[in-house]
Design a protein around this ligand. Structure first.
Ligand code: 2P0
Length: 325
């Protein structure tokens, strides 16, 4: 048997990816820029075993649904092809928050999976190989391989520095991301289906693609200068453009809940009062608020009083995925 365990943190896109240029290879249509977190994430053990006649997946202590196992098995198959490993695997994966909370991410899950599987296979570590494999599982997963502020560009489109690169390590800028956790609702439609619907039916999709590179460059510059105002403005704009794609799709879909909107208004009210706070949201109702470290406590207390907010977590920039054993 050959075994390894890896940990991968959640990352949150400050400039979003939404839409694919190729569905079969899960190739994003745009770049994205993210922040890797510290506490939220996934720990995964992969055991390749010559006695197995198929891959199995245990998620948070229970046998996973078939769809999840098949998605994991497809990525393991690519790992086997790339590494020469000939055996099936037993995979046991645990999120630091329950998968059903809507905060567990496929990004941390697939980053941990490919890192553990690659390590267990015995093949030589190679970041671009790992990134390619992680992307096949989830378009945002390569970003969790690196820490701090991370840029991902679709293969073939990147200039100097490759298509996955760290713009700055976690220590570069001690920001906080305060997460307002709302009542868990199942995320409908899932990201892959939602992205395809937006690409095919939103009249604004071409504008999204056309305006995306300027967002990336403003965000890159803001990170380099530690300019929270500039980063926050572009982060909110990228997020709202992404959600505008969902409500302008046919049929439309909206990940927000009433409390999501209440949090956005609270953030804007704080800003009008001079507090530098900015929000982002992903394919779910929760809101993530970016602020300076010194303001995190006040922001967390304020958010916990917004009706509909169930829990508040304070996250900080962290290191990328790593092999644990
Ligand atoms: C992102 N999201 O950049 C965007 C913003 C959610 C909203 O990438 O279809 O699990 O598996 O590649 O990466 C979440 O979707 O989607 C995502 P697939 P993924 O973080």
């Amino acid at each position: 048997m050959k075994a390894a365990r890896a940990w991968a943190p959640v990352n949150v896109a400050l400039v979003k990816y939404w839409g694919k240029q190729r569905l079969d290879e899960n190739l994003p249509a745009t770049g994205s820029l993210s922040l890797t977190l510290t506490e939220l994430g996934t720990s995964t053990e992969v055991v390749f075993d010559p006695a197995l006649d198929g891959d199995s997946l245990v998620l948070d202590g229970r046998p996973a649904p078939d769809a999840a196992r098949q998605r994991v098995s497809a990525v393991l198959e690519l790992v086997r092809q790339a590494s020469g490993m000939g055996w099936f695997a037993r995979v046991e994966s645990r999120n630091t928050v329950p998968t059903a909370s809507g905060l567990a991410s496929s990004a941390s899950a697939f980053a941990a999976l490919v890192l553990a599987a690659w390590q267990a296979s015995g093949a030589r570590r190679d970041l671009s190989r790992l990134a390619e494999l992680a992307r096949r599982g989830s378009g945002s997963a390569p970003r969790s391989l690196l820490g701090g502020f991370v840029e991902l560009q679709p293969p073939g489109s990147a200039g100097d520095g490759g298509w996955l690169r760290q713009l700055a390590p976690a220590e570069h800028w001690p920001l906080r991301l305060v997460v307002a956790v709302l009542a868990a609702g199942s995320k409908r439609p899932g990201s892959t289906e939602g992205m395809e619907r937006s690409r095919l039916t939103s009249p604004y999709y071409q504008d999204w693609l056309a305006t995306h590179p300027a967002d990336m460059s403003r965000a890159r510059q803001a990170v380099a200068r530690r300019d929270l105002q500039q980063l926050g403005e572009v982060m909110e704009s990228s997020c709202l453009k992404m959600h505008a794609l969902t409500i302008s799709s046919r049929p439309p879909f909206l990940y927000w809940r009433p409390a999501t909107v209440a949090v956005l208004h609270q953030v804007w009210e704080w800003r009008r009062g001079g507090l530098p706070v900015f929000f982002t949201m992903d394919a779910g109702p929760h809101v993530k608020v970016l602020c300076n470290a010194g303001d995190a406590r006040r922001v967390a207390e304020g958010l916990s009083q917004v009706p509909g907010v169930e829990r508040v977590l304070v996250e900080r920039p962290g290191a990328g995925a790593r092999v644990v054993s």
